[in-house]
Design a binder for this molecule. Sequence first.
Ligand code: FAD
Ligand code: SF4
Ligand code: SF4
Length: 482
Amino acid sequence: MANDSLLKFVDREQVYPAKRAAEDRADDFREIADRYAIVAAEDQAGRCSQCGVPYCSVHCPLHNHIPDWLRLTAEGRLREAYELSNATSTMPEICGRICPQDRLCEGNCVIEFSGHGAVTIGSVEKFITDNAWEQGWVEPLVPGPSRGASVAVIGAGPAGLTAAEYLRGNGYEVHVYDRHDRAGGLLTYGIPGFKLEKPVVMRRVDRLKAGGIIFHEGFAVGDDASLDDLRRRHDAVLIATGVYRARALDLPGADGDANGKGGAIAALDFLIASNRKGFGDAVPEFDDGTLDAAGKDVVVIGGGDTAMDCVRTAIRQGARSVKCLYRRDRANMPGSQREVGNAEEEGVEFIWLSAPAAFEADGVVRARRMRLGAADASGRRAPEPDPAGDFTLHADLVIKALGFDAEDLPALFGAPELGVSRWGTVLVDGKTLMTSLDGVFAAGDIVRGASLVVWAIRDGRDVASAMHKWLKARAKNAKVAA
Ligand code: FAD
Ligand code: SF4
Ligand code: SF4
């Protein structure tokens, strides 16, 4: 392809948008990365070598048309770039911000392998759609001609919102039920603003509302209605409830003293409270200091992305010190290296190869040195206590970020016949994406277990198409029978 704006990776360096200085960003919840200026985005897009087999797209869960929208961007055809990027994703600007690109698209860019540094795909993707919002190119959601059928979506996270958008576009009346008072799922209440500013999520939700999707916020399925109630009210139901049962820390003192004081608090309680404060809500448990890290020595336990979000939130709340205890070493942690780097820049201290042993009075945390033993079944070296011994540290606030499991949905929903795995995730047929209950589908983390936003969007896209197929067949059969 002869095109002057492309194949510039040899003489044009990889440049990510500048990050704000650590001192500047450590006391606010604004995103830490600036956005490309138009020229920079076009320049960076022009580094793409337009591979015949684009491994970037192969490894993007949405199989986005990456080289095509990079080419359009490099040529300055930004509206077309936006339209193409939007064709495969309901939230490209959100994925551009929070996908772990180093493990997905960018980690598989051939230019990365050739030693020139990957094309900065995520940052360009974010630029394209942010720019489209500013230019007024993001079209309203237009419902398709009415099909006279209605669908319930339980859960307003990325999986539920994506399915709702496509189903509405196909002419269904769509009702989204969520137990929170705001839609967005973990985009709204889990992921902190310094990774994803909330207006970016809310403008997506508002667009869906304007497109006629009916939101029932503050509606907990299990309390306010059973699954059967929703099955009676709607022609099909989607379960997209995510996974919220925090893994326990089975250690002396972990649950606090007899008055419930001390012990370790759950990561999501801490993050939800912080995000709510960002919205300007009154949060009694934050306002009375329980969930506020200000002025405290904070210890976070865990090495995943949730732990990274907690340590960085504690810094922004004005903690006196923030330490992260993780039982493996840096190379073997599940969280993103990029996020660890950001946390270190902001003043977080990582104590690798360490695990808590007990929580005692006056904020004493007894901890244990660990070392890596033989590889387990998954190939990862298992941590084991190191005879090098124990140590203590002081914490006014301990946060446990050990991962999430599925809630007991059959019990919660009053639906014992809903099939679940031994981990509690909902089982679906691989082809129809339907659960064991006729007309009830499932998608997102509640099917996969804790995963990524981009996979939730992919699942939402797939399940909307499967539900549409099923509803069309049902309508056809009803016509034949009539
Ligand atoms: P969710 O986003 O969890 O949404 C489920 C919704 O269902 C929620 O709104 C919930 O209120 C609602 N719900 C649950 N039960 C009921 C009920 N009984 N009745 C009514 N409503 C109900 N992924 C990334 O790709 N990048 C990141 O940087 C990243 N950071 C993360 C940080 C944290 C702290 C956490 C916890 C996760 C992070 N993830 C990240 C993972 C990502 O957020 C999830 O994989 C994704 O949100 C799953 O989408 P979902 O739609 O399946 O579920
Ligand atoms: Fe990369 Fe995620 Fe965008 Fe796909 S959705 S191109 S993986 S940033
Ligand atoms: Fe462009 Fe890299 Fe994708 Fe190849 S792998 S098409 S160079 S972004």
